[in-house]
Design a protein around this ligand. Structure first.
Ligand code: DLL
Length: 428
């Protein structure tokens, strides 16, 4: 068996010419679909001067189309962006975000199959083999994580242990009892698993592969998880609006960027301020167009995620699909303190470099009458001082947040996506 496995070799190694003609054909079909079935798109496209899908003459014409964003999807709640009959919907998922009205993703049977295919490719790319026990730890419900990993595992013929989130003691017991080989999880939950393994002095010798995502994680966090669990970790990407976990791909065992499934999606990176495409290698906002989704296709969806194109060349794994860097942050989570811009992930990176610091931290933004300051609460072993944390963050970030040290286990634990940033208003 080669080091590089494929679920769908023809699709995953398609030549650039094949990808290009597929993009043109499927982009036209997708535009035709939204113009036929959806008033919202029809009005937006009429305003932009596009009334007919055949006006798209090359994949580059995509850049002439208007973008859509989360707000467009929210204001058309519940099914205003849907392009199929309600009776053909087979499943929905939702993301609530922080602002209230949820974003709904409906699926017809073909969409569920497309999702399963993308996810199955991820499992196989990571090295999972038919019959391998996979423990699916994101929650099963409206959040897409649990069900997406489930649909894909069915397709890849894995042995599914659908634990969902929480009950960490039971997670560990089942992993031991059934010899789990693959963990699928939201990144930060692994830290909780590792903690409990230490408490019980337990090991999971059969565990080999971790498929983690849903939030940014620093390289040092990834290395910590890998060494503590003795596994290889993969960075899986996807979101409600593109059809869920895995739809936007994952890194391969060469770990040189996330392969976005380019036969299924077109990826652009734009400057969020100007809306123009940025050159390869420059960080910008990820904009995604789905090519095969039917119930709710997205055309030029502004994800809010920041990344860059790492390469369009064939990877050593043989896949030809475009590679993007791990997500560095979101357009809306950049922090500006005392004139310095940074992302929470950079704080995590710096913290994890300090020996004795544990991967449990909070970034507290203190707002005193409009003047912002930052405090970092972090768990650490004995011997680590607040001064050590402040000094290291100063070196790495260019300014000096206050560092408060907590004993192991003192900060709260979360089971879903971790909240790292907290705001405190103070009167000076
Ligand atoms: O978080 C899908 C998912 C579930 C991915 C489980 C991986 C594992 P949403 O709740 O709609 O869907 O959130 C999507 O999460 O726009 C990113 O900001 C973030 N995100 C997802 N994957 C990654 C990743 C799921 N690998 C939002 N790295 C996206 C960084 C990620 N951020």
């Amino acid at each position: 068996m080669s080091q590089y496995n494929y679920f769908n070799p023809d699709a995953e190694t398609m030549s650039p010419d094949q990808l290009c003609s597929r993009h043109l054909q499927l982009l036209r079909e997708t535009v035709r679909r939204v113009l036929t079935y959806n008033d919202y798109y029809r009005q937006r496209y009429a305003a932009a001067g596009l009334a007919n899908a055949d006006d798209i003459k090359s994949p580059d014409d995509l850049q002439k189309l208007p973008t859509i964003n989360k707000e467009d999807l929210r204001k058309t709640y519940p099914l205003g962006m849907c392009c199929i009959d309600k009776k053909d919907i087979r499943e929905i998922h939702m993301s609530s975000g922080s602002t209230g009205t949820p974003i709904v993703m409906p699926y017809n049977a073909a969409d569920l199959d497309q999702w399963a295919e993308c996810m199955a490719r991820c499992y196989v790319m990571a090295g999972a083999q038919p019959g391998d026990p996979v423990q699916i730890m994101p929650s099963f419900g409206l959040f897409n994580g649990g069900f997406g990993m489930y649909h894909g595992a069915r397709k890849a013929n894995l042995f599914i242990i659908p634990t969902g989130s929480g009950n960490t003691e039971r997670q560990i017991r089942l992993a031991k009892d059934f010899g789990t080989r693959v963990f699928g999880s939201v990144v930060s939950y692994m830290i909780r698993i590792i903690e409990l393994l230490h408490e019980h002095n337990a090991e999971l010798p059969e565990l080999k592969i971790g498929i983690f995502g849903a939030e940014s994680f620093s390289d040092s966090m990834k290395k910590t998880i890998e060494s503590q669990l003795g596994i290889e970790a993969f960075d899986i990407y996807g979101m409600t609006e593109t059809g869920g976990v895995g739809t936007l791909g994952m890194d391969c065992p060469a770990h040189c960027g996330i392969h976005v499934w380019e036969d299924q999606y077109i990826t652009e990176i734009i400057d969020p301020a100007t809306g123009k495409n940025v050159p390869d290698g420059e960080i910008g906002e990820v904009v995604v167009t789905s090519l095969t989704r039917e119930a709710l296709p997205v055309i030029r969806f502004k994800t809010g995620d920041l990344s860059k194109i790492v390469s369009r060349e064939k990877c050593v794994c043989g896949r030809t699909h475009i590679r993007i860097s791990p997500i560095v942050g979101r357009t809306d989570d950049m922090l500006i303190i005392k004139g310095v811009n940074f992302f929470p992930k950079q704080v995590e990176d710096a913290l994890m470099e300090i020996p004795g610091v544990l991967p449990h931290y909070q970034i507290i933004i203190e707002d005193t009458n409009g003047v912002k300051d930052i405090r970092v609460n972090v768990e650490a072993q004995e011997g680590v001082t607040g001064y050590m944390v402040e000094k290291h963050l100063k070196e790495k970030l260019g300014f000096s947040p206050k560092g408060d040290i907590f004993k192991p286990g003192e900060l709260p634990r979360q089971e879903g996506k971790a909240q790292r940033v907290f705001y405190e208003k103070k009167n000076g």
